[in-house]
Design a protein around this ligand. Structure first.
Ligand SMILES: Cc1cc2nc3c(=O)[nH]c(=O)nc-3n(C[C@H](O)[C@H](O)[C@H](O)COP(=O)(O)OP(=O)(O)OC[C@H]3O[C@@H](n4cnc5c(N)ncnc54)[C@H](O)[C@@H]3O)c2cc1C
Length: 263
């Protein structure tokens, strides 16, 4: 397949091959991260305050079920951060639902710059009622969808010999180095512009698709779904993750077709 010099970030995945993008800046193909690309700039241009090494333990609510702040812990020291406007939960796919489920309801007295819970014993959570109750967490809001529809892309290898050069062939070929280095230095492209190798996507050829069920023929992402749930009422305990790969027959049909294609 021809190399796409636009790369996969262009959104055009086929019929091209390309170097895999990873945590690098597209402009110069040097290492990057959320911290380098976003946080550093936000710290310089806004009045955001970052609490490092700090875990949100509970979202706090008032009697009207309004989120009013967060109970956090920094290396074992617990304190409250009150919200002027709103609490945005962005603890990722596993911990966002956990935080909702184990949260605590407080009535708060608003003192400027001070945030004192007046009755800290009212534990309440947001999520599927039966699960919360099984851990003794009273329900502030029965939302059955919290933690549900967990959906993951299964990744598996089918190994097959190819005639195209591999990353190792390119990196190990001394004669190619001037060209590869020039590609990287001048265009931030090529072998040294990627940390993850070289791949291509292939649409499963027609003969392997002809007996597919209608649902499988139109698949764009896996169908198998399950959930993430809590193992206790404590945020520091691990979540229970049910990925359920290949539990939907469509995903199995597709995987079998891919194995047949390359067997
Ligand atoms: C192996 C892998 C490969 C992936 N590949 C791709 C890809 O190629 N392309 C793509 O688009 N997406 C990819 N993803 C998905 C992508 O990484 C996620 O969709 C994205 O990172 C989600 O961002 P987020 O900010 O919602 O959560 P996250 O990036 O998970 O950030 C959540 C943050 O919250 C913190 N946190 C959790 N609990 C608490 C708490 N109680 N208190 C304080 N902080 C807390 C965590 O430490 C973390 O820093 C991949 C994911 C994985 C695991």
């Amino acid at each position: 397949m021809p190399i796409s010099y636009l790369g996969f970030s262009s959104g055009i995945l086929s019929p091209f091959s390309a170097w895999v993008t990873s945590e690098i800046k597209p402009e110069d193909a040097t290492r990057s991260s959320s911290q380098a690309s976003y946080l550093k700039q936000a710290l310089a241009t806004t009045d955001i305050t970052v609490y490092t090494h700090t875990q949100a333990k509970n979202i706090l609510f008032d009697e009207k079920k309004r989120a009013t702040g967060v109970l956090v812990s920094t290396q074992g020291f617990e304190y409250y951060i009150s919200a002027n406007k709103e609490v945005i939960v962005s603890a990722g796919v596993f911990h966002s639902p956990q935080l909702l489920m184990v949260s605590v309801g407080f009535s708060v007295s608003k003192v400027p710059n001070c945030f004192e819970p007046t009755f800290a014993d009212k534990r309440t959570g947001i999520g599927p009622k039966a699960i919360l109750q099984s851990y003794g967490i009273p329900v502030i809001s029965d939302l059955p969808g919290v933690g549900q529809n967990l959906w993951d892309q299964i990744f598996f290898d089918v190994l097959s010999g190819v005639s195209t050069p591999s990353t190792g062939d390119l990196v190990g070929n001394l004669a190619l180095q001037p060209q590869l280095l020039q590609e990287y230095i001048q265009g931030a492209k090529g072998t040294y512009g990627s940390t993850s190798g070289f791949i291509a996507f292939e649409k499963i050829p027609g003969p392997y698709r002809k007996n597919f069920a209608q649902r499988t023929a139109t698949i764009e992402a896996p169908f198998s779904r399950r959930n993430v749930t809590i193992s206790s009422a404590d945020i520091t305990d691990p979540t229970i993750i049910n990925i359920a790969w290949l539990t939907d027959p469509t995903d199995c049909e597709l995987m079998a077709a891919i194995f047949k294609r390359y067997r």
